[in-house]
Design a binder for this molecule. Sequence first.
Ligand SMILES: NC(=O)c1ccc[n+]([C@@H]2O[C@H](COP(=O)([O-])OP(=O)(O)OC[C@H]3O[C@@H](n4cnc5c(N)ncnc54)[C@H](OP(=O)(O)O)[C@@H]3O)[C@@H](O)[C@H]2O)c1
Length: 329
Amino acid sequence: MLYGKIRGLDKRASRLVLGTDSLWLNPFHRVFGRLEKCSCLNILDVAVEVGINTFDTAAVYGSEPLIGSWIRSRGCRDEVVVVTKCGHPSLITGRSRTSLRAVTADIHRSLRRLDLSEIDVLLMHYDDDEIEVSEIVGWLEMHRVAGNIRCYGVSNWDGYRIREAHRCAADNGASGLAAVSAYCGLVEWTQPMWPKAKSLAGRQGEETLEYCSQHGISILAWSPLSAGYLSGRTTHPRGWVRKRRYSQAQRIFDCEDNRKIRQRVETLADRHGVGSAEIVLAYLLGSRKEVFPIIGCGTAEHIRRNAAAVSVDLSMEEMRWLDVQSVDL
Ligand SMILES: NC(=O)c1ccc[n+]([C@@H]2O[C@H](COP(=O)([O-])OP(=O)(O)OC[C@H]3O[C@@H](n4cnc5c(N)ncnc54)[C@H](OP(=O)(O)O)[C@@H]3O)[C@@H](O)[C@H]2O)c1
């Protein structure tokens, strides 16, 4: 496994992060196709086995209690890095929850569910540009100083708000953004995956990614396999939620240019004797040392195969061949 540094943490974080948005249980999990508890715990165990120590969750995902009980039962608190998110808009009304009150309530709820005294990395899940950046940074800094979180960042924010947040933190002697999370896959989407989701893929995201690299801000790249479009799989995954995400990805990523890139990924996969997923992950890991792809895996086999991406050595020429920006498709 490759490891990197997330500013503000005194332990190393695996460059491959395990996403957990479909690792949760409810009384109807069989009906809705959720993975059963033992297979969820097995997935977390296999992740550790291959060297992954960083886990992405959120107050709205439902995986926090599972991660909390897993950390307790395995006694691995000191070795793992937990990234969680707060302030997601109301799931019922869609109304913004970007307020000190909602953020504070989410942090305390996450601490309880994760059974932790401190969250390693806290991200604002979405932005609300009606609220001043300085105010939001002030809330996050307050929770850092209070010892509830070790460091903080933002997810699904526009580049100009990211730069403003980091600048404003520096001006006020605050620690600043440790991480930024966004879609930054190899191919661009034809429409956002969700109404407020933000992409830093392609040319449009280049300036922000460069800013993050220059300022030591880690880039937590969600849906690195474009939610399955570039994973190499040709059948639907198990589980209702995963199936729906995969079908959505086939729709919003499918266009002529992306098909050409997918074809190139497959050509390189054949050349290197690996799967498409390993090629895409090797590309993202090799593109910038600040990038931490957040992989979504429903099987132990996929985790093992994706972890093998760290050993795939793409040449400069191959990297360029995959880069949508530097080639004429
Ligand atoms: N901050 C945000 O707003 C935000 C938004 C979206 C996602 N996220 C985070 O990002 C994580 C990952 O998202 P994602 O699930 O869309 O990620 P992804 O890794 O881009 O795609 C997952 C899909 O690829 C398949 N796959 C994975 N490895 C494979 C392999 N080696 N061979 C073939 N197929 C493979 C999976 O199938 P299986 O399920 O069968 O393994 C699944 O269908 C989420 O869990 C969440 O933590 C954050």
